[in-house]
Ligand binder design. Structure first.
Ligand code: ZN
Length: 283
């Protein structure tokens, strides 16, 4: 059976979330929210879910956005602890918010030592543009510099967010172009491929920059060929992800089945479902 890496799953400390944010997530997965709570409390139960879906590994997305979402720097410690049960299968994504720690560069070094495998930046929820280091945001420059030095991939949310308070001006993929120019060795993953407004920007950037990738999480598989008609051309740079559980994200199993039915070659599917992520996150 084709192994799968789902690089974008929201296992994070839900107890830190602002009430309005948590409410939105709960409404989005009403039918199975009780299960989600069990997965948050018991990583082994979550691993059994992954087993039942044929998912070998999952990227567990955490970031720091105190004002808009409620996630604090301690989210890093929480997810690092969670993933200790099976560090070969659970890939901890952490984050640094330049305004929330005294020394953002040192914080990247600290969380790398904890076992964090990648840094997530969420511009609409952190209220800055991904290239804000060009405007004097030295903390952001330090984050990129230390991520590159530690060999941690950087995932950047692109595309709209409808969470209360999200600032979508910062959600445009093109704002990430500068990063790959200035930090050419940093692996950058554009989460969500700019959906639903800026897919052509994401496609261009992934083709332009050697170390730029995108994930297709949060895109209904039946929309994928409409959003990215030339998906097969960039199959070596695209990572599978679901964004589960979130508003409008159906259960993982349905997504995988729909993806398998798309009119692209088996080799492209294998790269997207597994090979590319396996290469970026060696064991
Ligand atoms: Zn997400």
């Amino acid at each position: 059976m084709q192994p799968i890496i789902d690089i974008h799953v929201h296992i994070m400390p839900y107890h830190m979330l602002k009430p309005a944010v948590l409410e939105m997530i709960k409404n989005g997965c009403k039918d199975y929210y009780a299960d989600v709570e069990r997965y948050l409390a018991q990583p082994k139960t979550f691993l059994r879910l992954l087993d039942s879906l044929g998912i070998e590994r999952a990227g567990l997305i955490n970031y720091v956005a105190p004002e808009i979402i409620g996630l604090m720097p301690e989210a890093n410690d929480w997810i690092a602890q969670y993933c200790k049960v099976a560090p070969n299968r659970l890939l901890a994504f952490g984050g640094v918010h330049p305004g929330s720690v005294a020394d953002p560069g040192a914080e990247v070094d600290r969380i790398a030592k904890l076992g964090i495998r990648a840094i997530k930046i969420h511009p609409p929820h952190q209220a800055f543009s991904p290239n804000d280091y060009l405007n004097g945001n030295r903390g952001l420059a330090a984050i990129y510099e230390r991520a590159q030095a530690n060999g941690l991939p950087l995932m950047i949310h692109t595309g709209t967010s409808i969470f209360p308070g999200a600032r979508n001006l910062h959600a445009q993929p093109m704002l990430c172009d500068d990063i790959s120019v200035d930090y050419p060795d940093l692996v950058v993953i554009l989460a969500h491929g700019g959906r639903p407004l800026w897919m052509d920007e994401a496609f261009f950037l992934v083709r332009r920059h050697k170390n730029m990738y995108m994930d297709i999480s949060g895109i209904p598989p039946q929309k994928l060929m409409e959003y990215f008609p030339r998906l097969e051309e960039i199959a070596g740079k695209v990572l599978w992800g679901t964004d589960w559980p979130g508003p409008g994200v159906p259960v993982i199993k349905d997504n995988i089945e729909k993806f398998h039915r798309l009119p692209i070659g088996d080799e492209a599917k294998r790269k997207i479902l597994y090979d590319n992520a396996a290469r970026l996150f060696p064991r």
